[in-house]
Design a protein around this ligand. Structure first.
Ligand code: HEC
Length: 123
């Protein structure tokens, strides 16, 4: 029976990984839609506006986009953005970096996760 058992395992694994990767894809896609409705009033992917541009934000030091005039709080912070910290930031920017200047937050945890996953795709 080992052959039958291992083919069942292979099948299970295929189903599981297909649903996992579909899930991740769906999240970032949903995040893009959220971004377009909630963030573009102040941000864009490739241009500084009221807020700094977002391309490359994951892995970047907070407050480091060239030619954007950050608050001194954000500039002085030692944060390097990752998906977890972006979710914290979106929960309550002022709690993460007191003295910052983004007057906006996102109430729903799922929305914050999808937004952060979308930002991570902006390489
Ligand atoms: C009302 C305007 C406004 C809205 C809406 C807004 N932001 Fe911001 N955001 C800012 C400002 C201003 C800053 C700079 C803050 C500072 O210098 O302290 C900022 C900074 C940031 C940063 C830090 C970037 C860096 O280079 O360190 C991230 C990440 C961010 N915003 C994400 C978002 C996301 C995601 C959304 C949508 C859910 C959003 N923001 C909505 C105004 C806004």
């Amino acid at each position: 029976m080992p052959t039958k058992f291992s083919s069942i395992l292979v099948l299970l694994f295929a189903v599981l990984s297909a649903s996992l990767s579909f899930g991740a894809f769906a999240d970032a896609t949903r995040g893009k839609t959220l971004y377009e409705s909630r963030c573009v009033g102040c941000h864009s992917v490739d241009q500084n506006r009221v807020g700094p541009l977002h391309r490359g934000v994951v892995g970047r030091k907070a407050g480091s986009v060239k030619d954007y005039d950050y608050s001194s709080a954000l500039k002085a912070s030692k944060i390097v953005w990752d998906v977890a910290l972006l979710q914290k930031w979106l929960t309550n920017p002022e709690a993460l970096i007191p003295g910052q200047r983004m007057g906006y937050s996102v109430d729903e945890a799922k929305d914050r996760l999808d937004l952060a996953e979308y930002l991570a795709t902006l390489k």
